[in-house]
Design a protein around this ligand. Structure first.
Ligand code: ADP
Length: 589
């Protein structure tokens, strides 16, 4: 019966859209539903559950009345040591957070008042501040609430401690700034050319990361046991001048304070045994001091030091930043030094090469006249009978002298040709390769003085190239040299093919032989002056390694290219000469 009535009541209330606003109404409505004590018990349990939930939250949560007085707060008041949760009722929020604060312009107080006015208008408010009294970053949210219809509106104030979050944000920001500064330092260091410029660039950029009143970069010179000051930066004068060297004894403190060690001095004034430099810095007003060794590939190369006028002013983060710059500085300095050493070595090498060239040229020049005289007289002896008839033996000796004399003359001429080659004075003329090349090869074959080998070597010429514009005399020297080599390195009865063909705007001349071949790794060297694949004293073939160098000089002076190909030792070689074709205008010359 009771159940039926209450079900009927509920139906009615639904129909009338009945809402329960007071305890009295609740009692009237469900007096026969459940015993009232049970009902109160349930309400109490719900209240406790909510309180426990609010207490478990890390934020400080307060219900505040329309006059700004706390009606209820969660247990965070106790965690934050602001008082007992049971004793805060009736306090103003500002009083709770800033007990005893009488500051007329207290920021928190002003912000809270403003938020209360906003909440009074039904508007939520949010404010963030760094609270110096609580020493926390706070985020305060104020939300107007209507607890009961016939009561004045209250506010729920949630105060969140965002200090950790702020700290993380700030550290992230600092990290980003440091990264940015490091990138800048890196590019500045890379753009600098000398160790001095590098050090200067580093000091300027370190200022973005660390505040200092003195900074210095030195380079250690082990040979004289001195420190050379690469750069110095001071707010005022500095006793250690850039560009000057100081003995290492100036820098030596106790065992732990050596330039090749990292050390931090919180206050120079407290040192009982300051080094000369430390004493001078103290005289200049420097108190905090940090010294970092610069090392590259394990070698100590110098040091970087910073100082400020306040004691204990370098924190770990700054020291880390400075040492990162120090690492960059060390690498760049080392590279700059190596670069300079290399440049010096290069200049010296160039000078040596120049003197060697000069000497070769002078010697060849000096050899030319006596050689011509010896050669000339030998010819006279052989050809004239003024001195009486020659015995067959004498004639053979003179013939041999003549042959060797010619060889010597040829070598001296080639050395001089290479040393004194002048690309500016080419006697260019149009050459019809298809006519010129076979004629030139046949002249060369029939040349009397050509060194002969016992077995005949066959020479075949195929020609299909267009005309080229070249210095005929020089082009002949190139071809003669290639033919001489082909013959020299070919086996008995071998064939040498000579060809010329057109390809795009070029003519390609080639000399193929079936000779001893060239190892692939030597192919790029054979055009160097005085290079021989077999340079040993017991080598089978004679020569000075000048011919191909001269060929390259001549071909390149014509705007062409020369190269060799070979499948390796014993597989023959091919030498290619690429020369630009004569343009149609030149063809009509
Ligand atoms: P060289 O006067 O000594 O012959 P070159 O400058 O003409 O000097 O040649 C340099 C070296 O290149 C030679 O000593 C030889 O080792 C190698 N070379 C040149 N032509 C040939 C070839 N046709 N076959 C094999 N090796 C060659």
């Amino acid at each position: 019966m009771t159940r039926k009535r209450s079900a009927k009541h509920r139906e009615e209330s639904k129909e009338r859209n009945l809402e329960i606003h007071s305890l009295e109404e609740l009692k009237n409505w469900c007096w026969d539903e459940e015993p009232i004590e049970l009902l109160f018990g349930k309400v109490e349990r719900a209240k406790r559950e909510w309180e426990a939930t609010a207490d478990a939250l890390p934020q400080l949560i307060c219900l505040v009345d329309e006059r700004g007085r706390i009606l209820r707060a969660n247990r965070t008041v106790e965690t934050w040591n602001l008082g007992r949760v049971t004793a805060v009722r009736g306090l103003e929020l500002h009083e709770l957070l800033h007990p005893h604060c009488t500051h007329p312009a207290c920021l928190l107080n002003r912000l809270l008042k403003h938020a209360r006015i906003e909440a009074g208008k039904g508007q939520p408010a949010e404010l963030a501040l760094r609270d110096t009294v609580l020493n926390r970053h706070l985020l305060v949210r104020v939300q107007p609430v209507q607890v009961l219809e016939n009561m004045a509106p209250s506010m729920v104030v949630v105060v969140q401690d965002v200090s950790d979050q702020k700290r993380a944000e700030e550290s992230l920001k600092r990290h980003a700034q440091r990264l940015e500064a490091m990138t800048e330092i890196q590019s500045a260091i890379l753009a600098a050319r000398s160790p001095e410029e590098i050090a200067q660039a580093a000091l300027i950029r370190i200022r973005q990361l660390v505040h200092f009143h003195h900074a210095r970069v030195t380079l250690y010179k082990p040979e004289s046991r001195e420190f050379f000051v690469l750069a110095a930066d001071a707010n005022g004068d500095t006793h250690l001048r850039p560009g000057r060297s100081y003995p290492d004894s100036f820098f030596l403190g106790n065992r732990d304070r050596q330039p090749d060690k990292f050390f931090v001095i919180d206050d120079l004034a407290t040192l009982s045994d300051p080094s000369i430099v430390e004493r001078q810095l103290l005289n200049d007003g420097i108190r905090s001091y940090v010294s970092l060794p610069l090392s590259a590939e394990g070698d100590f190369i110098g040091s970087l030091s910073l100082g400020t006028i306040t004691p204990s002013s370098f924190d770990n983060e700054q020291i880390k930043a400075v040492s990162e710059v120090g690492d960059l500085l060390a690498i760049a300095t080392r590279q700059a030094r190596l670069y300079h050493q290399l440049q010096r070595a290069n200049t010296e090498l160039e000078k040596a090469l120049h003197s060697k060239d000069q000497m070769i040229q002078n010697v060849s020049h000096e050899l030319r006249t006596p050689l011509s005289i010896i050669y000339g007289y030998t010819e006279v002896l052989l050809e004239t009978s003024d001195q009486g008839p020659l015995t067959p033996k004498q004639a053979r000796i003179l013939q041999a002298m003549l042959q060797q004399g010619e060889r010597l003359r040829f070598m001296v001429e080639r050395i001089l040709a290479l040393q004194t080659f002048d690309a500016q004075h080419l006697q260019l003329q149009q050459i019809q390769l298809d006519r010129w090349l076979p004629a030139m090869v046949s002249r060369w074959e029939s040349r009397a003085s050509r060194p002969t080998r016992s077995a005949p070597i066959r020479f075949q010429v195929e020609c299909s190239a267009s005309p080229i514009l070249a210095d005929m005399g020089l082009l002949q020297q190139v071809m003669v040299n290639l033919l001489d080599n082909a013959q020299k390195f070919s086996p008995k009865g071998g064939t040498v093919r000579i060809s010329a063909r057109a390809e795009d705007d070029y003519a390609i001349l080639a000399v193929f032989d079936q000779g001893i071949g060239i190892p692939p790794e030597k192919l790029s060297h054979i055009f160097e002056r005085f290079y021989q694949v077999d340079g040993s004293a017991t080598r089978r073939y004679g020569g000075m390694g000048i011919g191909l160098a001269l060929c390259r000089t001549i071909v390149e002076a014509h705007g062409g290219r020369i190269w060799a190909e070979s499948q390796g030792e014993g597989h023959g070689s091919t030498f290619y000469v690429l020369l630009p074709k004569a343009s149609s205008q030149e063809e009509s010359l």
